[in-house]
Design a protein. Structure first.
Length: 273
């Protein structure tokens, strides 16, 4: 059962902030409990706020520290935004951050009154309720505050905890950036289809539908491993086996993806400054 905070200030209502907000409202968070701080609210956010009665950009001086201060801004804007946000991070406030690379220590230094800080890395499928996220909570985070974080993130998809903060960089590399890897795979499959003589439009339709269908199989068969699903498609000596021999070569897909994930993880570390 979800446990929602009594008050939540969402800082940043871009694509991810909007996706999260819509998921929370659909999951049962009362609109009256939410305040949005967004310098340039989109037409969609403005319409949603007007329809549901959500406060947008009220005077900061009139805002009391909320139970949850949710940071969904770009990492590079934290330094400029922190002085205005610091008064909202009270001693009893849970600060939840989705800022890639920004450590608990950095967030605590910029929001010095806050004791409980949770870092979470969501991904863009949260927009359709199929996100995958994981979080690390600072030691001062209470069990109730952890439940708030879990309720907020479970509302938009799968959620897990990690035991150490360094693991968030690995989460960033796999699920945070991962949707882009899948979209790049679709592009590559379509390009390969064109090279084999298919019309571009057909090649893209086939590539998209194939990845959508494979993902749905994974979703509907949670007890079946990805390896088993792969084996189910692969007849010995058949066409799929011939393709996989190339993809799974020593310098093939697994090695390339591992290298890509390492690059994403290393960039997350660099963003920490």
């Amino acid at each position: 059962m979800s446990e929602w905070p009594q008050s939540l200030v969402l800082v940043g209502a871009g694509k991810m902030g909007e996706a999260l907000l819509r998921g929370w409202l659909a999951g049962g968070l009362a609109p009256a409990r939410v305040t949005i701080l967004e310098p340039k609210p989109s037409a969609a956010i403005a319409a949603l706020a007007a329809e549901r009665g959500i406060a947008v950009n009220p005077p900061l001086a009139g805002l009391a520290p909320p139970e949850v201060l949710f940071l969904a801004i770009k990492p590079q804007t934290l330094a400029a935004a922190a002085p205005d946000l610091a008064p909202l991070a009270g001693a009893e406030t849970l600060v939840i951050s989705i800022l890639a690379g920004k450590r608990v220590a950095d967030l605590s230094a910029r929001l010095p009154r806050a004791r409980a800080v949770t870092r979470v890395m969501p991904n863009t499928p949260a927009a359709v309720g199929r996100g995958a996220s994981a979080a690390f909570a600072s030691p001062a985070t209470s069990a109730r505050q952890r439940q708030w974080a879990q309720s907020l993130m479970s509302a938009v998809g799968q959620f897990d905890w990690v035991a150490d903060e360094a693991s968030i960089d690995a989460v960033t590399a796999i699920s945070g950036s991962g949707p882009a890897y899948v979209f790049a795979l679709v592009e590559a499959m379509a390009e390969a289809g064109e090279k084999l003589g298919l019309p571009a439009e057909l090649a893209m339709r086939l590539a998209r539908a194939t990845v959508e269908g494979a993902g749905e199989l994974l979703h509907r068969e949670p007890a079946v491993t990805a390896a088993k699903l792969r084996e189910n498609v692969t007849s010995p000596g058949g066409t799929t086996a011939a393709a996989l021999a190339v993809l799974r070569a020593a310098d093939g897909f697994p090695a390339l993806l591992a290298k890509a994930a390492e690059a994403a993880r290393d960039r997350a570390r660099e963003l920490a400054g």
